[in-house]
Structures are given as C-alpha cells and as structure tokens.
Design a protein around this ligand. Structure first.
Ligand SMILES: [Zn+2]
Length: 871
C-alpha cells in the first residue's frame, strides 16, 4: 500500500500511532488456529452495484490436521444464512456462532476426522460506503463496486481465513448487471449473459493471502497497456479512459526495470491498474489488479505537471515492486508489515530511478529519510519492529516512520555490503519462499550469507530500538580520527543511552584526493586511521546512513564552502536536512542556520534549492509571527529570488524535469510569503490563461497560479473556481480548484469556503483540502483543527474507523494551547478510538519541540531577519 504522505489533503493517511506495549505473554487469541486450515476457496457474489446489498456463497476446501470439534474463520458484519460441512464420510452436523471481532466459530458434535473437508457458507451483506471492504461508489449517476481489503477487511466482504499466513488459491465468480464490466486478480475464463445478468468466472488465482484479492464492477472502461511481458490495461470509470495515457506510457519501463532486478518475469498472468474515485490510500498492490486513487493514476496528457507525473511513477513502482515482495512472497504476520512496505519503497525508487532518471527519485527519497529521523528524534517514537498482538488497528504496524526508516536502513545496509551481494541475498530469499510466506529474519539471513557479513546484527539495533543515532567525528592527530555515537535528541529532551551497530560511510579529503570508506561503528566510540591527515571528514557519504552527524564548526564550514566541488547532490540536500536537525538540537543557532541556507538556495542543482524551500516550512511555523511577516517576506525574496531568476518564470523547451519540479515551489513561496509583485502578476496571468484555455498554460505551475491568484480574488472568482471544480472531468483539475478555494483571503469568503468543505459535494478524502489552504494562506494555523472539532460528527461518519486516530494531526503546529485543548478533546470517550492517546502524545511532543525552538531561537531569528531583510 502506498500512503500519500506529506500532502495536506491526506494528512489523515499519514503516520500511525505507536503500537501498544506488548503484553508479557501475548495471547494467541488474535490469530486463528492451524488445526483446520483452508487449501482452496471459491467465492460467488451476486453483485449488482445499483442495490444497497448483495448475496453470496463460499466453498472452502479444508485440511483438517487434528481431530478437533471446533474451529474458526472470519465473517465480520455478515449475515450468515447457512453453513454446511462435508467430510470424507459425508455431511457433518455443524453449528455456527459469531464471536468477537467478526470471528465465525464452527462447532461439531464429535471430533472431525483428519483429512479433507469442504465448508460451504451462504450469506448476505450490505455494501460498505466508507471505501473499505467491498464498497459502493456512485459516479455520474452510475454505480460501481470496488474493494480495499488490507489489513483485515476481506472478512467484511465474504467469510474467509483472513490472515496473511493462509495463502491459498481463490476462484471468484461474480454475477453483475448485463451492462456492467467486472475486473479481478485473474482474467475471466468464462463470461456469459442471460436474462439481463452477466456471469463472469475468473481463473483460479495463484496462492494469495485474502488481503490481496480485488474486485471492480460497473460500466468500466479500458485502455490497453502494450509492451509488457503480460497483457495489461488501465481500468477507469465511464468516460475517463482518455486520461490513462501517462500510465500507459510509463508502466512498461518500470515493470521491465523490476523484472531485470529480480531476474524473473512479473509473476502473474495479467496486470490491471484500476483508477478508483473514492480511495483512502494512494494505491494498493492487489496481485494483478492494482488499485489507485484516481487523482494519482489518471492524468491529462496535456495538463499534467512534473510533480504529478513523478508521483504516478513512484507510486506505481512501489506497487509493482510488491508483486514480488509482498505478493509472491508474503509476510507471515503483520509484525513484518514494516518490511513489506519499506522494501517496496526502496525497490520502487530504484526501479523508478532506472526507468525515469529525470525525476531524481533517489534524491527526492532523502525527504522521507529526513522526516523519519525528525520523528525518531522524539521520546514518543517507537521501535519499528514490534509484536502485533492486537487487532485494533493492524496498519499501525507500518506507519510512515516505519516506511521511511525501514527504507533508509535498507539503503544503508546495501551500501555497506555492496549492491550485488545485497541483490543476491534478495533473489535467494525470493527463490526460497516464492508463493509462500516468510519472516524478516529469512531476508537478513539470505543477505548475510550472500555478503559474508552480520547483517542481522546491524538490522537488530535499528529495528528493535527506537531513536536515531548521532555520529560525531573529531580529529585526534595526524591521520587519526575518532568516531563516536549517542542517541540524537532535540534540545531539552533527555533520551535513554543507546548503542547501535552503524555502518558509517566516511568521505574525506587527504593529499588533495577525496576518498570514501565504510567502517562499522559497533561501540560508543572508535578510532580510525585514514591514508593521511584529512582536510575535512564528512561522516555520511552519499547520505546513505540512517543517522544524524556532527563535526567541529570549522569542519562544517569547510564542507559547506566546498560543497559544490566535493559534495554530491544527495550530500548537499542531506547537509541542509542535517543542519535543520542541529538547529532543533541546539547545536546551531537560528541566525547561523538562516545564513547557511543562502548559498544552498543558489546551488545550480534544482534539488538542492528544493531542499532549502522544504526547510522554510519549519522556519515559518516556528518563528514567523504576524508582526514579522513583512521582514520574513524580505528574507524569502533574498533567499529564493536568485534561483527563480536563474531558471526563469516561464518554462523553457529543453529544461530538465528537476527544474519543472522546482519552479512551482519557488513561485509559491515567493508569491505567498515573499509577496513578490512580479511573481504575483505572473501567477495572475497564468491563471487567466488557464481559465481561458487550459491547454495554453504550463501545467507545472497552474495549481500554484490558481492559489496565488485567489489570495487577492473576489467573490466572482470564488464562484468561478467553485463552478469549475464541480464541472471538472479530470481529477487533477478538480483537485486544483478545490485546493485553491482555501486561498481566498476575504473573511466572508474564508467562511464560505469552510462551509463548502463541510457541506459541499466533496468526497470524504477531500474534506481537509480547504481548511489546510486556509491554514497556510490566511495564516490561520489552527483552522484545520477548529474545523474538525466544529464538524466532528459529520467527518467521523464519513471515515473508516482506522483513520479516525489521524484526526489528532490537525492539532499539530506550534501552539501548546491548542495541543492541550486537543489532548482534552481526544480523551473524551466519544472521541477516543483505540490508539488515539498515543497518536495525540506524538503530536503534542512535536508541538512542544516547536514551541521550545521558538522560545530559544526566536530572539536571534527576529534580529537576523530585521537586519538582513533591509534592502
Ligand atoms: Zn505498499
């Protein structure tokens, strides 16, 4: 699954809470027994999407391994009308009853005879309407069905052994209205119409866990994807297949890159990419039938920005990497979900970088590493590997920290053992466990064997311990340097002493030559002898390590001064992120930090300037009070205007994608926060061009232009945006106008925009777009939180329970008063779903850190801005 991170609109789909402390002896009740296990399951669904409910039956072939007289499977909120059990000697009398959490218990008079049995269940149910399980969506008057089963919602669609270790072949049959299409994991083997109904029988699947099954029905359209090792299509709702072009063009090279890495073809018989109009995650790796949020998959070929095209490639590569890692080999239980996701992100970025190097995916990935290290600096962080012994929220096992940290740790280990040895280990692991399940240790053991190094020992210190290390390097004398480690923390936070086994990648200059070397720092400190006395030592070559680093101030200045000569793009981007962490830790003063950003903003590589833009969010949040806005505007102009002057406001015909990705970020900050009149005038012109003829405007900057134009917009423009949003046929157009509605500044329009967010014809996933806009454009940082509390019941009714805990993130920012109020709000029984308290604790700690930074550095930052923004 791909969580859409760091995007305001899906703030709800970000990090999950710390898992509950594991009980001393975890009860086995959270797992189904293994005395009676399924070996094959046929499912038949009478799925008319026009109705509110459906009926179905399952026929499950069982292997009874022990003579038990009771066993369980899952069937949550399902009306079971009949249960029939048949053994080798014929029918077996069986009773059934519902238990906690959707368990269906089956009991027999006398113990079953070991051997094959068949369980048949008939049932009925209503379609879900919150985009989980088997759910119904109405678009343009047409009814559709889609599925989203991870982690434990297949059990809500039909009875099944709904745990990843029960990996079996399934065979699905659906009966739909004659005019509807049906898509599932496999191609159909028969498709017959009779009396207004169409019966589609899908081929038996390869062994799959239930969470990877998928179904889509309705008046679907198809766009073929030629040029792959298997047949492929983009699947859309009626009228949208014309938007499939970018997905059709970019999927084959990504799939081919993955096939080359894994040294074996894509493992399933076909590949459908399904665009779903209502969908909580970014995408989901159902085998052979990957589902995507439509705004990610469907792009207008003429109107897609570089950022949208990059996101599509990244998300797609992540999902397709899962076809081998997750689908072909599946985690045994949810405690290895972090690895499933980390590996898919790590591998996906590798494949995306190979297929489309112009998007700079490997540099962009550093943003995720920085996010993980910032989260991991706090006391409220947790070890990413934890026993999962509660069914409350299984996806908690892979929050954003786990995705990003896991991915960074995999990169670090790959650098240490070498890419070829790492790959050999991965291939051995896949070969040993294909079509079956595995645990994380199976992978480490395979990589350890291939590399001849103790990979498991290194991994354990990063997976089983919370926090991020700080590696310091000091010169001793001559060519000797001392490496030392401790747990990194923000100023004012005391953390427990922790030691990691860290592959430290040193980069240094000696005798005029720049060299690199990886050393394993296993204790608190160690001495290393280099080839000669170093001019400087950078402790994180290629920023491949999951650790913060510090060097003496003079060395830091030497590294910064020679940055463009000696440091790679990734190292320069990482330098900016590390400096931001040193500011949090109290090791760098606020004025020094702001001064240090200036040369990096002028870096010729767009990604480096992009990292500086990324750093501004924290500066604004922590330091920019209403009184300081004008002086901050001067600083933003001084910082970013040279970069914009170099790349220009207008797109150039032959420019790099990285330039196209940077331009909208510069325009946004210079227009909104820098109040740059030329930028605002340019944005107004682009917005006018776009409204007159979308094909004439640069798609990369249209979204920003509409927002900047709204800042000074009147009611007529507001109404026009609203009208265009409701009439949009391209998902991205809808998103552009929707998010721009939050940028109108007149108080009356702010209120109207918020009313529209609460009561307008929006999808549940779109509710926070406008409040987030108000927060940034109107400087009402607390607005999304207040909006949520004012509309809590209505919002809660539209959200599946597992996402409710993320509402706490709306209390983020720099206000301790709001955090206190939110802590009280979320501790009321009516607002406290399981896991909310831990999530709220994380948010509150981040707020305290921000407030502490403000009180500590606010004075020097204020003085610096006033001094340096003067013309
Ligand atoms: Zn995933």
């Amino acid at each position: 699954m791909f969580a859409l991170m760091r995007r305001a609109a899906v703030v709800l789909a970000v990090a999950a809470p710390a898992a509950a402390d594991p009980p001393a002896a975890p009860p086995a009740a959270h797992r189904l027994g293994t005395d009676v296990v399924p070996v094959f399951q046929a499912i038949r669904l009478n799925a008319d999407a026009r109705k509110p409910d459906y009926t179905g039956s399952v026929r499950i072939e069982l292997d009874v391994r022990k003579p038990v007289s009771a066993f369980s499977l899952y069937a949550r909120d399902i009306e079971v009308s009949s249960v029939a059990l048949t053994g080798p000697a014929g029918a077996v009398e069986a009773r059934h009853g519902s238990a906690d959490r959707g368990r269906l218990d089956i009991a027999t008079q006398s113990p079953l005879h070991p051997g094959p049995h068949v369980l048949e269940i008939e049932f009925s149910n209503e379609y879900d309407t919150q985009a989980t399980g088997l759910y119904k969506v109405v678009v343009g008057g047409d009814a559709y069905l889609f599925t989203q089963f991870e982690a434990d919602d297949a059990r809500q669609a039909f009875p099944c052994w709904d745990e990843p270790a029960f990996k079996i072949p399934y065979q699905l049959t659906v009966v739909v209205p004659e005019g509807d299409q049906a898509v599932s994991n496999t191609p159909p083997v028969s498709d017959t119409a009779k009396e207004g109904q169409r019966t589609v029988v899908f081929a038996r699947t390869k062994p799959l866990p239930s969470y990877l099954l998928a179904l889509a029905t309705g008046p679907l359209e198809f766009a073929p994807i030629p040029g792959m090792s298997v047949p492929g299509r983009v699947v859309t709702v009626k009228g949208a297949s014309a938007l499939a072009g970018e997905a059709v063009r970019t999927t084959p090279p990504v799939l081919a890159a993955l096939e080359r890495y894994f040294g074996r073809p894509y493992p399933y018989e076909k590949l459908d990419l399904i665009a779903v109009p209502e969908f909580w995650p970014g995408a989901m790796e159902n085998a052979g039938a990957v589902t995507f949020r439509d705004t990610v998959l469907l792009l207008d070929a003429r109107g897609a920005s570089a950022a949208q095209r990059r996101l599509l490639v990244e998300v797609n590569a992540h999902e397709l990497a899962h076809m081998w890692f997750g689908d072909l080999v599946t985690m045994e239980w949810w405690d290895d979900l972090w690895l499933n996701e980390s590996f898919a992100s790590w591998m996906g970025n590798k494949a995306a970088a190979e297929a489309f190097p112009e998007f700079g995916t490997q540099v962009a990935a550093l943003e995720g590493t920085q996010f993980a290290m910032s989260t991991d600096a706090r006391l409220s962080t947790r070890a990413i590997r934890q026993p999962v012994s509660s069914l409350d929220n299984l996806l908690q096992a892979a929050d954003e920290l786990a995705y990003q940290k896991g991915q960074s740790v995999l990169s670090m280990v790959e650098t240490w053992v070498g890419p070829e040895a790492f790959r050999r280990g991965v291939l051995d692991y896949l070969a040993a466990h294909e079509w079956r399940n595995a645990v994380a240790a199976d992978l480490w053991n395979a990589v350890s064997r291939a590399a001849g190094k103790d990979v498991a020992g290194v991994m354990a210190t990063f997976l089983d311990q919370p926090g991020v290390p700080l590696v310091s390097v000091d010169a001793i004398e001559g060519s000797r340097v001392r490496l030392s480690q401790r747990r990194f923390s923000n100023q004012g936070v005391t953390v427990p002493a922790t030691t990691w086994r860290i592959p430290v990648a040193l980069k240094y200059e000696t005798g005029g030559a720049v060299r690199t070397r990886v050393v394993l720092l296993a204790g608190p400190s160690d001495t290393v002898t280099l080839e000669g006395p170093p001019a400087w030592v950078h402790p994180n070559a290629e920023e491949s390590g999951y650790y913060r680093w510090s060097v003496p101030a003079a060395t830091r200045r030497a590294i910064a001064d020679g940055a463009q000569r000696t440091m790679t793009e990734r190292e320069r981007v990482g330098f900016v992120g590390n400096a931001s962490a040193l500011l949090d830790a109290g090791a760098l003063r606020g004025d020094e930090y702001l001064e240090l950003l200036l040369p990096f903003a002028r870096d010729p590589e767009p990604e480096v300037a992009g990292a500086v833009v990324g750093a501004l969010g924290k500066v604004k949040r922590a330091f920019v009070t209403p009184e300081l806005e004008t002086t901050f505007a001067g600083y933003v102009q001084r910082l970013l205007r040279p970069a914009l002057d170099r790349i220009g406001m207008e797109r150039r015909a032959d420019e790099a994608e990285a330039v196209a990705l940077l331009r909208p970020q510069l325009l946004m900050w210079l227009g909104r926060d820098g109040r740059d009149p030329a930028v605002l005038a340019h944005a107004a012109a682009v917005a006018a061009t776009y409204m007159a003829d979308p094909a004439q405007a640069d798609p990369a900057v249209v979204g920003v232009a509409l927002k900047l134009r709204a800042l000074s917009g009147d009611r007529a423009l507001f109404d026009e945006y609203k009208r265009r949003l409701e009439a949009a046929t391209v998902p991205a157009d809808r998103e552009r106008f929707l998010s721009a509605l939050g940028y109108f500044r007149s108080p009356e329009l702010v209120e109207e925009a918020l009313r529209f967010a609460a009561t307008g014809p929006l999808r549940p996933q779109e509710i926070f777009e406008i409040p987030e806009g108000v927060a940034t454009a109107v400087a009402e940082e607390g607005r999304p939180y207040r909006f949520m509390t004012e509309n809590y019941d209505a919002i809660r009714a539209k959200m599946p329970p597992m996402f409710v805990i993320f509402l706490t993130h709306l209390a983020g920012g720099c206000s301790e008063e709001r955090a206190r109020s939110a802590t009280a709000f979320f501790s009321e029984p009516a607002h406290a779903v399981p896991g909310t308290d831990k999530e709220m604790a994380k948010v509150a700690e981040a707020v305290r850190d921000c407030a502490s930074l403000r009180s500590r550095e606010g004075g020097v930052v204020d003085a610096y801005l006033r001094r340096r923004s003067a013309p």
